[in-house]
Design a protein around this ligand. Structure first.
Ligand SMILES: Nc1nc2c(c(=O)[nH]1)N[C@H]1C(S)=C(S)[C@@H](COP(=O)(O)O)O[C@H]1N2
Ligand SMILES: [Mo]
Length: 322
């Protein structure tokens, strides 16, 4: 089942190339194309077995130019095959063990090198900025990938409100620390809380998304409720979940996986088939949910967004700065 948008060719569709009605698929249509009938659309997540969080339907979703003409990964696969070590290291652990996590109410502290440090409340976030639906690939360093219909707010729009100063060279992100709700945090899998960082121009790039939902509903716990980052040209682990703070800083901030294994995970972590990882080839990837016998597909440089983001790294050695 392929979404026919041959007019735009394979791969990403650029906003400038589309007429909103031409490519836009409404949610009902998205679900159908992902293999759900119209009936499935009416079933709230609460009644799905094994799903940890029943999300509200997001109102007023805005059409977006950032779509892909690829089969969407099913909601079930997106919500049962996760990396979220706060709930365990197994792919099924986040769906299984995140039921006690209470994402709402929620707010994010924003501070550091900015004129107007403050707090942004979740309801304010989804109420004051356009919440866009964007279909992105999530490419994990472990050589699997998914195609996800995210809903989210462009990160740059939110960051601008706090007026970063000229000293804001990077943005540092932090996941919530709540061992009583996140059983993995009782164990030493990683140094908690999980932290990530972007260079400021990466954070301000229009592709960078603060995701608040998928398939038109609020994020389930296992996918990083209620707010997580999605940076589609970087490996999945840069997309930090359940964010409680964003800090503008002058120096490159520490990142969890880089601290854990510096030679395996660099600060930039751009999807790059040319730069091998000691344990997983980065040349090809397996689509989650596909047949076990399906052949792997080639991994694209910058996950397919070379045209949009390559200029951010002009002159940089991306093997050294991996
Ligand atoms: N806080 C936190 N964020 C995280 C992780 C994590 O363990 N903890 N795992 C990362 C990794 S390795 C990947 S591949 C993606 C997976 O996102 P998904 O479960 O929504 O597919 O989340 C990233 N964000
Ligand atoms: Mo990952």
């Amino acid at each position: 089942m392929l979404i026919k948008t041959s007019r735009y060719g394979p791969g990403r569709v650029r906003p400038s190339e589309i007429t909103p009605k031409g490519v836009w698929l409404n949610r009902r249509e998205l679900l159908k194309r992902a293999g759900f009938g119209a009936a499935a659309f009416a079933v709230p997540w609460a009644s799905w077995p094994g799903l940890a969080h029943a999300g509200r339907k997001l109102e007023n979703l805005v059409e977006s130019g950032w779509m892909l003409d690829e089969d969407l990964t099913s909601l079930e696969d997106i919500t049962t095959y996760n990396n979220f070590y706060e709930f365990g290291t197994g792919k099924g652990d986040p769906a299984r063990y995140s039921g006690g996590f209470k994402p709402l109410p929620w707010s994010i502290r924003v501070g550091g090198e900015c004129e107007k440090p403050g707090v942004i409340d979740y309801e304010d976030l989804i109420g004051s900025y356009p919440v866009e639906e964007r279909v992105y690939r999530l490419r994990c360093v472990e050589a699997w990938s998914m195609v996800v219909p995210w809903a989210g707010v462009q990160l740059s729009e939110v960051l601008r409100r706090f007026q970063p100063t000229s000293k804001a060279k990077y943005a540092a992100f932090e996941t919530v620390y709540r061992p009583e709700e996140m059983p993995g945090q009782e164990r030493g899998f990683l140094d908690w809380p999980y932290v990530e960082g972007l260079r400021i121009d990466e954070a301000m790039h229009p592709l960078s998304l603060l995701a608040v939902g998928l398939y038109g509903e609020e994020l389930p716990n296992q996918n990083g409720a209620p707010v997580r980052l999605v940076v589609p040209w970087k490996y999945g682990y840069k997309s930090i979940k359940s964010i409680v703070s964003i800090t503008f800083v002058e120096e490159e901030p520490p990142t969890t996986w880089n601290q854990q294994a510096p030679h395996e995970y660099g600060f930039y972590s751009n999807v790059n088939p040319e730069r091998s990882h000691p344990r997983w080839s980065q040349k090809r990837e397996r689509r989650v949910g596909g047949s076990l016998f399906a052949s792997k597909i080639p991994t694209l440089k910058f996950n397919g967004y070379e045209e949009e983001v390559a200029s951010l790294y002009a002159g940089m050695d991306l093997i050294k700065h991996h």
